[in-house]
Structure formats: structure tokens, C-alpha cells
Design a protein around this ligand. Structure first.
Ligand code: NAP
Length: 321
């Protein structure tokens, strides 16, 4: 069982390890020599210096698994691989990619006689030990070809051929949308617990209690309970939450399908707000309240992150010397 793993970041490196520990022979490549060196020590893993060497060394029909950032890095790598590969080879894209891109790319590769399977992968840095949930979309023959590898990556029952091309990344996108909503609900609940100062609630103890028998127990809650035991005040953590694309795509899908998904959409909006993207609107609100009701406006000690208003136009904030 030979497989090529492309991209040895947090996900790809551990997936290569899990595949090798399960008995697969892994050829691995990443841009950075450091990532390749770190993996070369692993039994049954060999690294190559470039994609051409990987293609040359893999037995046909080949299976290659991409674990790269979605968008340009994945698209560029597919474009570089396509002319090197032979008819019948299977490329798996494990990135958190937009399912419409994956459908288009699969059709393009099919024109060269190549298969592209879209694989939603979940499990994060814990996947090495616990296994990865894998959601597959694509041609049944190609999925059958990669199934032995998927079985090494996933825990028992932790994978599914969801449907045709795009279905794997679609299911992963919705999975991540759900994740946005769940995380937001936990965060809000614990903020409310923390806000009830008169009860001096022990948040770590409440989280621990809820892990046992309660209907809101989950792996996310397990992680939260661990975090709270170490640090419940979180004073060293800036209140800024990134969003990676999956939440936006899920919200767009809700609009396109006309399916109400307010929890996911609002959870996404809260991340935008945490990034300061709601600050200008909040300033407008404060000023309007002042205009019609004379309500006090708090003088801002914080510089506007997006810009400042000059002559009715929002101007970029000049660098202070
Ligand atoms: N982290 C998670 O929990 C998680 C969970 C599920 C899915 N995913 C998805 O899995 C994929 C990989 O995530 P990750 O967390 O492993 O990311 P990561 O730690 O940032 O690693 C990214 C990998 O891609 C390589 N890379 C970046 N830009 C590249 C480019 N332009 N050309 C070639 N290689 C490039 C990096 O190489 P260098 O080391 O040389 O920079 C590195 O090997 C992403 O699509 C992500 O959305 C992540």
C-alpha cells in the first residue's frame, strides 16, 4: 500500500504518521525541508524533494493525498501534478475547500483521465491518536481505490462515501458550520455563567458536571472543561476569533438554498465582530443615539481599526509617527 502525502503541516504530517503506523508505505513532500526532515524519522515514511520525484517513485495507479490550504495553493499544486500523472491515478484533496471548486477541479482532472476525490477531514491535532472523520465525494471506483487508506485514517465507522464529486467537501462545510454554532453557544453560555458574579460560579466545576449525563455533553465541552481547569479567566487571550471560509460558505449556501440557518450565520457574524469589523457600525449607533436623544457617547480611547471619517468619506487611518 503506497500513498503520496503532499503538505506536511499540522494535518498532513500526522496523517502521514497515522497511515505509516497503520502499515502503509508513505512518500511525503512539503515545501519546507524542516517539515520533511521531521517526518523522515518515522518508520515506513520516506520523503522526496519535489513532486516529480514523488510521482516517479509511486507505483501506478497512484494515490496522492493533498493536505494544503484551500484555494490557490491547492489549485496550483493540482495544476503542477496533472501533467505528471497517468490515467487512472487518484488525487485526494483533504483541504477545507469550497465544494464548487472541488467539482470544477474534478471535472478538469477527469479530462486528463485522472480522478479527484474531495475529502472533508475532521479531527485536528487529535486525529493522530483518535483517528480522523473522513467525508468523501467522487467517483465510486476512485473511492474504492482509496478505501484502504481511509480505513487507516478513520476510527471504525468514522468515514463515508457521501456522494458524487463535491459531496465530501459539502458535508464537511456543513459540519464546520455546525461547529461554529455549537462553539458560539458554549461561549455564550459560559459568558453568562461568568457574568453572574453574585453566584461566584466555579466554571470549571460546572463544565465538568455537564460532561457527565447532561444533554449538552460533547467533545467540544470536554475540551472546554480542560481549558477551564487550567485557566478560567482567559486574561491572556485576546477576544479575536478568526474565520476560515467554511462558515462564510455555509452562510452563502443557506441564502442560495433559501434554508434558514440563523445560528450558524450569527455565529459567523460574531466572529466578524470579534475581529473589530463591527466597530464602525457601533460608533454610528452611539452617535445616532446621541443625535436623537442626547444620550452620552463614550469618548473612544481606541483608535478606529478600519478607518476614520473625513468629509463624509471613510479614509484609511494614517500611520501615527
Ligand atoms: N488544522 C485543522 O484542525 C484542520 C482540520 C481539518 C482540515 N484542515 C485543512 O487541512 C489543510 C491543511 O491544514 P493544516 O492545519 O495542516 O495547515 P498548516 O499547518 O498551515 O500546513 C499547511 C501545509 O501546506 C503547505 N503550504 C502552504 N502554502 C503552500 C503553497 N502555496 N504551496 C505548497 N504548499 C503550501 C505548508 O507548507 P510549509 O510548511 O512549507 O509552509 C504546510 O505543509 C487546510 O486546508 C485546512 O483547512 C485543517
Amino acid at each position: 500500500m503506497h500513498i503520496g502525502m503532499i503538505g506536511l503541516g499540522r494535518m498532513g504530517a500526522n496523517m502521514a504518521r497515522r497511515l505509516a503506523r497503520g502499515g502503509a508505505e508513505v512518500l511525503a513532500w512539503s515545501r519546507s525541508a524542516g517539515a520533511r526532515r521531521a517526518l523522515a524519522r518515522e518508520p515506513r515514511v520516506a520523503t522526496v524533494a519535489d513532486l516529480a520525484s514523488m510521482v516517479e517513485k509511486l507505483k501506478t495507479p497512484r494515490v496522492l493525498w493533498l493536505m494544503l490550504p484551500a484555494g490557490k495553493p491547492t489549485a496550483d499544486t493540482l495544476a503542477r501534478l496533472a501533467p505528471l500523472l497517468a490515467k487512472g491515478d487518484v488525487v485526494v484533496n483533504g483541504a477545507n475547500a469550497y465544494y464548487k471548486d472541488s467539482m470544477r477541479q474534478a471535472a478538469e482532472l477527469a479530462g486528463h483521465g485522472l480522478y479527484l476525490v474531495d475529502a472533508g477531514v475532521s479531527g485536528g491535532i487529535w486525529g493522530l491518536a483518535n483517528g480522523y472523520a473522513v467525508m468523501l465525494g467522487g467517483d465510486a471506483k476512485a473511492v474504492k481505490r482509496i478505501t484502504p487508506f481511509v480505513k487507516l485514517l478513520a476510527p471504525p465507522k468514522g468515514w463515508l462515501h457521501c456522494g458524487p464529486s463535491g459531496a465530501g467537501h459539502y458535508v464537511k462545510m456543513i459540519h464546520n458550520g455546525i461547529e461554529y454554532g455549537l462553539m458560539q453557544a458554549y461561549a455564550e453560555g459560559f459568558a453568562l455563567l461568568a457574568g453572574k458574579r453574585e453566584f461566584s460560579l466555579d466554571l470549571a466545576a460546572v463544565a465538568e458536571l455537564w460532561r457527565h449525563g447532561s444533554v449538552v455533553r460533547s467533545w467540544l465541552l470536554d475540551l472546554m472543561a480542560d481549558n477551564l481547569k487550567r485557566d478560567a479567566a482567559l486574561e491572556g487571550i485576546a477576544p479575536v476569533v478568526a474565520d476560515s471560509g467554511e462558515g462564510r460558505w455555509t452562510a452563502i449556501e443557506a441564502v442560495e438554498l433559501g434554508v434558514p440557518a440563523p445560528v450558524i450565520s450569527l455565529a459567523l457574524a460574531m466572529r466578524f465582530a470579534s475581529q473589530g469589523k463591527g466597530d464602525y457600525g457601533a460608533r454610528q449607533l452611539a452617535q445616532l443615539r446621541n443625535s436623537f436623544g442626547g444620550h452620552a457617547v463614550t469618548g473612544s480611547g481606541h483608535p478606529a481599526p478600519a478607518g476614520r471619517v473625513r468629509g463624509g468619506r471613510v479614509a484609511r487611518k494614517k500611520k501615527q509617527s
